[in-house]
Design a protein around this ligand. Sequence first.
Ligand code: GLN
Length: 302
Amino acid sequence: MKTIIKSIYDNYRNFTGAGKVADYIAPLANVSADKYAISVCTIEGEKYNIGDYKEKFSIQSISKVLTLAMLAPLTGEELWECVGKEPSGSPFNSLVQLEYEKGIPRNPFINAGALVITDKLLQKVPDLNNRLLEFARSLAGSNDIDFNKEIADNEYRTGERNKALAHLMKSFGNFNGKVSHVFRTYCNHCSMEMNTEQLAQAFLFLANKGINPLNGEQIVGYRDSKRINALMLTCGLYDESGDFAYRVGMPGKSGVGGGIVAVIPGKLSIAVWSPELNKYGNSCRGIATLADFTTELGISIF
Ligand code: GLN
């Protein structure tokens, strides 16, 4: 494993220029395009890290898995009347589909779906900002995880499209809270900063039947762990989820900060960070790395 990860890292070490660092949230544009890190954690407790794995970055949409995992044990099947479980076939921030599907987002990982999850969570967990940080810290086994206020403030000020999504859903009766409050909370959780080492560790519960291997805590039941993995496989990389399943063969989740985290149930989790994004908003080098990882190791969910 160690040799394969090192050889993939060396192979892609100078792989830049294939995409573009996100700049629609201004502070994200200041991150250097050549950052590159890989971290793997196995459920047996082995860890492999290489590159900029100690450097934290904005996890952005990867946080949508954490909020869904927090909500899953607090809710029943009624959640799926408010948000779907199908790939959207559209960009992560698209408004079009939401209008003709009457304010019900296709899945919890596009922005509209994640806003519904945050809205629902806030009704059950009013102190969501602190609870989400505690949740991430306990999963990662590290207290050194926080929101980035500059990034959250910037997205809150400029995120007109996300506010439009929330208002559109509210007009259809699929949004309970105040748009400003829910959106502010959403911006906070997207601004959460972690490094790949923390991220790989934090997602290991999804490779371990919903149990945090660090302390044996059941985070979600096996049923929800299976379901969250299925949603990551079919929707985790937006309109590139099919290609990701084809090339990589793992349930995964990306964020516009350039992170991708993926799991093989029963085996391991892997986090990759490389900020240059393709047209779908997914890390170019991250996908290439993960594709080689599963092929060269001969392990994937297929
Ligand atoms: N905060 C970002 C947004 O709402 C998250 C998008 C992403 O990471 N794909 O646009």
